[in-house]
Design a protein around this ligand. Structure first.
Ligand code: HAM
Length: 423
């Protein structure tokens, strides 16, 4: 096959047969967000590259290795968004949403782009549902966003999830921990993978969640961030845990959880579905109290998360939790000749106006071909208009379930079909 006739590596089409799964998940998301008081925000798919360099951090894998960056025809450096937190913050600042001193609770659903090695659950174009809460510093906001993610999965019926939480401190206490960690790993530098050796002095926390066996072994016994939190950070972390307990949300404190983006402070969390293997994180998030200032805005606290929708759908499929689409009444209209089509499309319109799914042949096929199509469509009723029917101004309406056929005046067909649905 011609290469141009294949979707690019790491991208996929969502075909009509599968779209109901996405619609199901998205409608549960939208209902839940309304219930929690979150409003939808839509931002562009690409932004000025500098936004991500500054927002996400240039030593992160996402920025250093995974961005789709190109120069546009005007010579500007553009990047397809690898994540949406930085872009939502840009929009919040551009439109001065902070001016009203209110907490802004936002959510989004959309494509993100990362140039990574594709595998099950990891794509180059993928979709996230995310939320960002801007202007709320209380640990109650941390508990609320975790609760929203947790309730989404519970509402969808998912089981066997693990919520991992950690606190990675703030600009006051993290530097002390960072130095301790560098000292610890300097002794074992030769045991670290090449990436981690490069990270050692730039971003030593990332060594803790490296998946390489040698780095995992080397990090056994490493100092824990939770032992170095300042009083304020410790108090906040305790409050988050207390609120989660009050909500009866089970969690594991995971001192290795550091997350891959530089903007996090205090609470970091992930929700994992272990049967997905290497790509088991279906949701990741945390607090980012420095980000708004880092990209040039007034000091504003923030917290949020993003769920990978492909991974969520894989988990839902594994647990058979996606309901088949609701079967609304279907009608297929079979006609012979142009005059019959005139009557047929009028009946079709009456049915559609009443919310009944109705279709008519668009290929000038024989009556036999059209009847076959009615079967393929799983039609509940077939409305047949041939020469006899045109003469009597009545359609032959066949109930495809029991085979019963009745002649109904053209003008009454839609009433007959919708009326019979109530019987
Ligand atoms: P992240 O951990 O980079 O965080 O991504 C969040 C989720 O997106 C992951 O847990 C995973 O489910 C999904 N995901 C990431 N990369 C891929 C991929 N290549 N293929 C498929 N799914 C993927 C963020 O993006 C942050 N912006 C989350 C956040 C919002 N933090 C605060 N607010």
């Amino acid at each position: 096959m011609l290469r141009i006739l294949q979707a690019l590596r790491g991208t996929q089409d969502i075909l009509p047969d599968n779209i109901y799964k996405w619609n199901h998940v998205e409608s549960v998301i939208k209902e839940l967000c309304a219930l929690y008081g979150y409003s939808e925000i839509r931002t562009p798919m690409f932004e000025d590259t500098k936004l991500f360099l500054r927002g996400i951090g240039d030593t992160t894998d996402v920025v250093a290795k995974e961005m789709y960056t190109f120069e546009d025809r005007g010579g500007r450096s553009i990047t397809l968004r690898p994540e949406n937190t930085a872009a939502v913050v840009r929009s919040y600042l551009e439109h001065k949403l902070y001016g009203d001193q209110q907490v802004h609770k936002l959510f989004y659903i959309g494509s993100m782009f990362r140039y990574d090695r594709p595998q099950a659950g990891r794509y180059r174009e993928f979709h996230q549902f995310g939320v960002e809460v801007l202007g709320a510093s209380s640990p109650a906001a941390d508990a609320e966003v975790i609760n929203l993610a947790y309730t989404l999965f519970k509402t969808l019926g998912l089981k066997e999830l693990e919520l991992h939480i950690n606190s990675i401190g703030d600009y006051k206490c993290r530097p002390i921990y960072r130095q301790k960690l560098i000292e610890f790993f300097e002794e074992k530098e030769d045991q670290l993978c090449d990436d981690c050796q490069a990270r050692l002095h730039k971003n030593p926390l990332r060594i803790l969640d490296c998946k390489e066996d040698s780095c995992r072994r080397a990090s056994a016994g490493a100092p824990k961030i939770t032992d170095y939190l300042c009083d304020e950070c410790e108090k906040k972390f305790e409050a988050v845990k207390r609120y989660l307990a009050a909500l009866e949300i089970p969690y594991l404190v995971d001192s290795r959880l550091v997350r891959g983006l530089d903007y996090y402070t205090n609470t970091a969390f992930e929700i994992q579905y272990p049967p997905l293997g290497a790509q088991s994180a279906i949701c990741g998030g945390g607090r980012y109290d420095g980000l708004v200032e880092d990209v040039g805005g007034p000091s504003t606290p923030g917290i949020g998360f993003a769920v990978g929708l492909e991974r969520l759908l894989l988990a839902l499929e594994m647990q058979k939790l996606i309901p088949e689409p609701a079967n609304r009444k279907k009608v297929y209209i079979v006609t012979l000749g142009e005059d019959a089509v005139v009557e047929g499309i009028k009946i079709q319109q009456h049915l559609r106006d009443k919310g009944v799914i109705a279709e008519i042949d668009l290929q000038d096929r024989s009556i036999k071909g059209q009847m076959k199509q009615a079967g393929k469509n799983n039609a509940e009723y077939t409305v047949i208009i041939g020469a006899n029917e045109m003469e009597k101004k009545e359609a032959a309406v066949k109930n495809m379930e029991n085979g019963k056929q009745q002649d109904i005046p053209f003008l009454k067909v839609s009433d007959f079909i919708t009326g019979s649905s109530r019987q």
